[in-house]
Write a protein that binds this ligand. Structure first.
Ligand code: ATP
Ligand code: MG
Length: 520
């Protein structure tokens, strides 16, 4: 075709892939075409274009255009003006929740940032290039013209070499890195989060700028830092991300307490320092795709160890640690850790429920689970302390702890027998309390005073209900009580004894079933 610049083969196939993917989202095409027909320039932009080029599913679809919000509202009657940044949400009626509302933002420039976070004023820009220049990283600063009619050239606008960085897996600030972090310090955390999320390296100059400007994180709202930190924790590269936070000086401003474990040697049972062990426990949580709270708990479970650490001389004089006679102890570290977690997560403004759950898991993570030592009573006490909802998480945390120590297996037999004991403890024991009536009902109905007869009748009723749960109905039971009340004392006693034996058998069978389920 004359007039159009020649495209290389790689370029053709790359754009072809992109076109094919966009072909599956007619909503984007429609919105784009409407804007183009009305004389405007719409582009797909930012994270969604980046993800499409990486062959990933975009989380949200962002369109940018030279149409001002009032013009956009005019073109799409079913739309909502969303915020002071000039974003209009266009409802498409799509069933895919990510495409149901497409955000269209007018090209903009950003003014001065005096608070390191919010630009003082929003100014609209004339060209897409200007809009791209205010974005954070080159891979986030590309735009693509979806509509083919009136398209300028290949469709891709990439003034900062985002495609090349995408190919080389490099995160690079747009323009002068130091200035960009100075403008908006949240970008420091975004950089690390994006690098972990994408498995990218941070380009040298950008990394040096992060290091130099790390202190600016103090000006950023804690919940925004936590938001990025959470995203980082949820990536497969979470552990590398935290190492990088330390290397570039950000950890000091986000979770300085974690740094206390760096170089903190443990005792003969541990081959890793506290910091390394916390990271290895987190790695297990990542490998097992644990949810956020469990990842936080894994990372923080031994946070109290450095403050709890005390030297204990060995009276027998054996040389254990570093040639000294004695070793390090960490008594009470779980309680110290619980307090520290409350402080850390509270400071970062995590939701109350997250803070409480994580702190509880840390406090309880030292539970004893040797089947020789743990009694059913002990298990019931643990269950009431931890709560039935958290007990599974606690066991998973313990697995992360154990694997994170470099021990090959998570003691499967012990954990299984604990799980069985917990399930038994959770089940309501077989007891007359399960009945829809009680002793008082019997005394009232039969006009008798307290005595052995009441217990006997309850035992017989319970037996019937165990056979057929439908009988556990007040009306039905009252009729039964009348009948039993008319029996001779000796007959009632005999029936009651048989019933009690059967109840014990049923309980035994249930316990056996649970043991079988857990192979213990
Ligand atoms: P994801 O949606 O995967 O979390 P994202 O890069 O899309 O990552 P968003 O917060 O959705 O992040 O932002 C969309 C786009 O807006 C980014 O790709 C980037 O171009 C721009 N952007 C977001 N935050 C900033 C910022 N703090 N400074 C400059 N540009 C930003
Ligand atoms: Mg996004």
């Amino acid at each position: 075709m004359p007039g159009l610049p020649k495209k290389s083969e790689a370029e053709m196939s790359f754009l072809g892939d992109l076109e094919a993917r966009l072909g599956k989202t007619p909503e984007i095409k429609e919105v784009s075409d409407k804007l183009t027909t009305a004389g405007f320039e719409p582009y797909l932009v930012g994270g969604c274009l980046r993800d499409l080029l990486l062959d990933k599913n975009p989380k949200d679809w962002d369109v940018t255009t030279n149409a001002t919000p009032d013009k956009i509202l005019g073109i799409f009657p079913d739309s909502v003006y969303e915020n002071s940044f000039g974003t209009v949400g266009v409802k498409t009626g799509s069933k895919d929740p990510r495409l149901a509302l497409i955000e269209i933002t007018t090209f903009r420039l950003e003014g001065k940032y005096t608070d390191k976070r919010h630009p003082d004023e929003i100014k609209f820009a004339k060209t897409v290039e200007e809009d791209l220049s205010r974005r954070d990283f080159t891979i986030n600063a590309m735009a693509y013209e979806v509509s083919t009619h009136k398209r300028r050239a290949s469709g891709l606008v990439d003034p900062f070499g985002g495609r090349k960085d995408l190919k080389n897996k490099l995160l690079r600030a747009v323009g002068n890195a130091k200035e960009r972090f100075q403008e908006d310090a949240l970008r420091l955390m975004r950089a690390l989060r994006l690098a972990s999320q994408l498995g990218f390296d941070i380009e040298d100059e950008t990394a040096a700028a992060i290091s130099e400007k790390s202190g600016l994180l103090e000006f950023i709202a804690k919940e925004r830092i936590a938001g990025e930190f959470n995203k980082l924790l949820m990536t497969d590269g979470a552990v590398e991300g935290i190492r990088r936070m330390e290397k570039l000086g950000l950890l000091k401003y986000v979770m300085p307490e974690l740094r206390e474990g760096i170089d903190c040697e443990q005792n003969k049972h541990h081959k890793y320092t506290v910091f390394e062990h916390n990271l290895k426990a987190l790695q297990y949580a990542v490998d097992k795709n644990f949810p956020l709270e469990l990842r936080l708990a894994s990372l923080l479970h031994d946070i109290g160890k450095p403050r709890a650490r005390q030297w204990r001389d060995d009276p027998r004089g054996t040389k254990i640690n570093k040639g000294h006679n004695g070793d390090w102890t960490f008594y009470q570290h779980q309680y110290i850790g619980e307090k520290m977690a409350l402080q850390i997560l509270g400071r970062l403004k995590y939701p109350k429920e997250t803070i409480e759950n994580v702190a509880l898991l840390i406090r309880e993570h030292m539970f004893v689970y040797d089947p020789e030592i743990v009694t059913p009573r002990g298990v019931r006490r643990m269950l009431s302390r931890v709560g039935a909802d958290n007990i599974n998480d606690l066991i998973l945390l313990r697995e992360a702890d154990r694997i994170g120590s470099g021990v090959p297996k998570a003691q499967p037999y012990r954990l299984r027998s604990l799980k069985a004991a917990i399930e038994k403890a959770k089940l309501e024991p077989i007891h007359p309390k399960m009945l829809a009536i009680n002793g008082n009902d019997i005394m009232e109905l039969l006009q008798i005073s307290p005595g052995p007869k009441i217990g006997q009748i309850l035992a017989i009723l319970l037996d019937g209900v165990l056979d057929d749960p439908k009988l556990n109905d007040k009306e039905v039971l009252l009729v039964e009580i009348k009948k039993l009340g008319a029996l001779a004392d000796s007959e009632l006693l005999k029936l009651a004894d048989e019933s009690k034996k059967k109840a014990v058998d049923v309980q035994k069978r249930i316990d056996e079933e649970i043991d079988k389920k857990y192979f213990v």
